[in-house]
Design a protein. Sequence first.
Length: 277
Amino acid sequence: MNFIYLMLVSVGLLVVHDEPVVGPVELEPSPSISEEWSQIEWGQIGHYTTGRVAKQYLDPAAWARIQEILAGDSFEEATFYMDDVHSDDAYDSYVDWHWVTIPDGMTYDQTEKNPNGDILAGIRQLTAELKAGGLSEDQEREKLKFLMHLIGDIHMPLHVGTGEDLGGNQVRVTWFRETSNLHRVWDSDMIDSRQMSYSELAEALGSVDATTIAEWQAATPEEWAMESVSYRDQVYDLPEDNRLGYEYRYKNFDLVRLRLLQAGIRMAGVLNEIYVQ
C-alpha cells in the first residue's frame, strides 16, 4: 500500500472492506412465535406513562397499600417489570401472557385458547389472586407488577393479533428511513419520535370527565381487547411502499394517546377494586 492510500484510510475517506465470505452462510435459527412475541409490547416510556396516569386516579387507601407492597420500588417502573424479567428462564411460562389472538370477525370466546395462557387469562388470574390474598410479600409484589404491565399491553392495539403476522411484527416498514416493523412503530417508534419524557407525555394526554372515567373503568378486559381489534383498519392503513413518517404519526398519534390514557385510568380502576375494601 502506498502513502496516499494509507492517508485516505486514516482520515476515513476510503473504507477498507473485509474479505468477501466464500461458501455457504450459516443462518441463525428463526425464533419461535413465543420468542418473537415476547420482544414486542409498549416500550418503556409507554408503560411508565400508563403508571403515571394511573397514580392520579388511585384511591388514597389503594395508593397507601400499593406503596407498602412495592416497598420502595417506583410505581412507574413497576409497570415495566414483566419485560425486565424476559431474559430469566424462570419466567418462560409467562411469555405468552403478553398477547392474545382474536382473528377478524371473532370474539375472544370464539377463539381457540392458547394452552400456555394469554393476556386476558393472565389479567383475570392475577386480579383474582390479588383479591383473594394469602400471598407472601414477594408474591404479591410480583403479581401486582405483572398485572400493571398486562393492563398496559392489552391497550396497545397490536397486542391483540390476527394470528397472521405476530401482531404486526412481521410487517416490515421504514420509519423515518430507519428499518422497523409495524409493531415497533406502535410500541415505541411513534412515542419516542415525540422526544418527551414519560411524565411530559402523561401530562400531555390530558384528562377526561367523571362520566367517561366511570364508563372506561366499567368495561371488562374482554371489551378492552375488542377495542384494540376495532382499530385494525386504521393501524394497517399503510402506504404501498410501507414508508412511514410524519403523515402516519399525524393520523395515528391521537389513538396512541387515547390508549395510554385508557390504560392508566383502567389500571387505577382495577387496583382500586382490589385494594379498597
